[in-house]
Design a protein around this ligand. Structure first.
Ligand code: CZF
Ligand code: MG
Length: 309
């Protein structure tokens, strides 16, 4: 059952927007976006779907969609709206219909399955996607789904494997993340073997201990401990070519673990900008700068186009 929206709810919100002609929204990376709103249009249909909204604006549709979901979620505490793909010119109190069509993708009911059992990653994705009105689930919510053997030699090959396999099994749109730590002096290791650096069922502590051991003899000075985190994200959906993006985060490997937040190698990974370890950052701070955040930023740029495929 969707919530019926009443015209005056939305009218008030967009009336303020139109009067200010400027709209400040914060995108999911905490960047303030000043959006010149020349015209925000919507039409109220007393239909079973509740309000249908169309945005016509100079700003990119993805930013407008982010705005709508934020505003509508605040107003309705619901995530289900349908954005129709034609353009209705709606002044605040009357309607003229114009024929131009704006290719805004239709997005509705948003649950995103992440093809991972890594709760550390999932926690970061949940924080990022909830701002876009998505509910995130992972493979731990579907124990009947199989473990996907990561036989690829690259992050992309493994991410494609995980996304495609789970999407074909569930018929859902699925996001997979294959990521890892690449240490310069180790020739990029542990790389795709980051989860298994100290052995097939290694814990984060065992992986971190092995990393410190490997660097102890060879890399004493900080400039010899340069490293980066890499993430490749792949979105797969039935009948679509997968969407592939990546992100990297540069830093160096510390000599002693610091910080209690994050997961994996975070206590040893020192961010090159702040000098703090990833584990000394809060979830929202890490979600602004990490390899995963940067990959997601690239994903959001390509997402509206890909959805229309
Ligand atoms: O300190 C870290 N902060 C991070 O932000 C991060 N991202 C990845 N990693 C490491 O790289 C492996 C990924 O391997 P991975 O992509 O195969 O994931 P995984 O096997 O843990 O889960 P799944 O997604 O495959 O189910 C993980 O286990 C971690 O050791 C990170 N470590
Ligand atoms: Mg894995």
């Amino acid at each position: 059952m969707t919530t019926k929206l009443y015209k005056h709810d939305i009218l008030d919100i967009f009336a303020y927007t139109l009067s200010t002609r400027q709209l400040r929204i914060e995108n999911i990376f905490g960047e303030q976006l000043e959006l010149p709103i020349y015209s925000v249009f919507f039409k109220y249909f007393p239909s079973e779907l509740g309000l249908k909204i169309v945005a016509v604006d100079e700003a990119s549709p993805s930013e407008i969609m982010t705005l709508f979901f934020q505003v509508l979620r605040d107003v309705t505490a619901k995530n289900y709206v349908e954005i129709i793909t034609d353009t209705l010119v709606v002044k605040l109190d009357d309607v003229e219909v114009h024929s131009e069509t704006l290719s805004l993708p239709v997005i509705s009911d948003k649950t995103l399955l992440i093809a991972t059992r890594n709760e550390g990653k999932t926690r970061e994705f949940k924080a990022m996607f909830s701002q876009l009105g998505y509910t995130v689930k992972n493979l731990n919510d579907f124990p009947e789904l199989p473990e996907v053997a990561e036989t690829g030699m690259t992050f992309e090959a493994n991410a494609r494997l995980k996304a495609k396999t789970i999407s074909e099994l569930t018929g859902e749109m699925v996001l997979a993340d294959d990521s890892g730590l690449m240490v310069d002096i180790l020739g990029g290791l542990p790389g795709v073997w980051s989860a298994r650096f100290a052995g097939d069922h290694a814990t984060d502590d065992e992986n971190n201990a092995k990393l410190l051991h490997e660097l102890a003899s060879t890399a004493v000075s900080p400039d010899k401990r340069k490293a980066k985190f890499h993430t490749t994200l792949v979105v797969a959906a039935p009948e679509k070519e997968p969407l592939v993006v990546e992100g990297e985060w540069f830093g160096e490997i510390g000599t002693i673990p610091k910080g209690d937040d994050g997961f994996g190698y975070d206590p040893l990974f020192i961010d090159e900008e702040t000098g703090r370890t990833a584990a000394q950052m809060s979830l929202s701070q890490k979600n602004k700068v990490s390899h995963r955040a940067r990959a997601l930023q690239n994903l959001l740029k390509k997402w509206p186009e890909w959805l229309k495929q």
